[in-house]
Design a protein around this ligand. Sequence first.
Ligand SMILES: [Zn+2]
Length: 126
Amino acid sequence: MHELSLVVNLLELCEAEASRGGFDRIDRIVLEVGELSGVSLPALRFSFDVAGRGSVIESAVLEIRETPGTGWCLKCEETVRIREPLRECPVCGSLGLLPTGGTEFRLCELVVRDRRTLEKSRKGVG
Ligand SMILES: [Zn+2]
């Protein structure tokens, strides 16, 4: 499953951040997922719950921000809204569309549960 490998990568990133920052829990994770990224949000949430068990993200709230799909139509010479990849331009029907937005899968924000824990461990390091 595609979504599971995305979550595994995300989890690795979070654990690296956690060990660098000296915290063991993440409160909230904000992801930006493009409408044209091919990511299934229910599958993503399911994978997040399963793969996250017993890890730093176990109790984290997953917030997903969907970004709209857009493409540049070579014929209309303007940006058009598209809801599925590799589709024709909704205005002129041309297939000459270059995707310009909505293909991203990005980690935007990590919110850490306990700031004091973070500061404490930083002091400990210094
Ligand atoms: Zn067009």
